[in-house]
Write a protein that binds this ligand. Structure first.
Ligand code: ADP
Ligand code: MG
Length: 235
């Protein structure tokens, strides 16, 4: 039997704003296996970003467990949990947050410089990832001189720089036009699959779900198996 690389067990989270309580995650259970691509869909405001931030160790839930690579992460000290996040996880967001003064290579290599990888090794890894994202001709370019799709490809390469086990992506193509979405998403999953990554990807773009191994819907704080309104037959 495969051991999941990431498990969420009965994860609950309520936001408290002023006098009101907003329960967003009401008991989330999710297993992500190595190499598996899971799509997360759900209406805007349903809690997809909250779920991804929790799974990605960026936010702590009120209760439940987040098991990453066999480690019960919520029991770890803050420093150890941060280390788990930096070494095991990669993140892609809707907006790329690239450093404007850095070229593509340095943007991708930056997380490696920070974690003490030597400069040559970091740059070699960055160049390899950028080439695999189809950006071999943009290595020295700064973000401002690249198209939206190219910028997002750089952000994807950066997310993979530390050789994560799990890639967490929150609307990774949400800011791109339809044609660019298709090619960037294809490249994301091709590189992710070659790296043997588990991927958890939130999207409201139902055209992308055909590429997922498995799709779950977040609705009213709980996950259910997704059924595609376009292909499912009425009862
Ligand atoms: P989604 O990504 O599916 O659009 P979010 O996780 O961003 O959903 O938000 C889920 C709900 O939680 C929304 O009602 C949102 O307003 C609320 N929410 C999100 N972040 C916060 C926060 N930091 N404080 C209070 N409420 C929040
Ligand atoms: Mg969101």
């Amino acid at each position: 039997m495969t051991t999941p690389v990431l498990r969420l067990i009965d994860v609950k989270r309520t936001y408290h704003t002023g006098a009101t309580d907003v329960p967003v995650l009401k008991g989330i259970n999710l297993d992500l296996n190595p190499g598996e691509l899971v799509g997360l869909v759900g209406p805007s405001g349903s809690g997809k970003s909250t779920l991804l931030h929790t799974a990605g160790l960026l936010e702590k839930p009120d209760s439940g467990e987040v098991i990453l690579d066999g480690e019960d992460c919520l029991k770890l000290k803050d420093r150890e949990r941060t280390l788990m996040r930096r070494t095991r996880l990669g993140f892609v967001y809707q907006f790329h947050h690239l450093l404007p003064e850095f070229n593509a290579i340095d943007n991708v290599a930056a997380p490696l410089y920070l974690s003490g990888v030597n400069r040559k090794e970091a740059r070699d890894r960055a160049v390899d990832l950028l080439e695999r994202m189809g950006l071999g001709h943009r290595l020295q370019h700064q973000p401002m001189t690249m198209s939206g799709g190219e910028q997002q490809r750089v952000a994807i390469a950066r997310a993979l720089a530390n050789r994560p086990k799990v890639l967490i992506a929150d609307e990774p193509t949400g800011n791109l036009d339809r044609e660019t979405t298709a090619s960037v998403f294809q490249q994301l999953i091709n590189v992710g699959r070659t790296e043997g990554l588990a991927m958890l990807i939130a999207t409201h773009n139902l055209e992308l779900i055909q590429f997922m191994d498995h799709v779950v819907t977040l609705d009213d704080g709980r996950l259910t198996a997704f059924s595609d309104p376009l292909t499912s037959t009425p009862a």
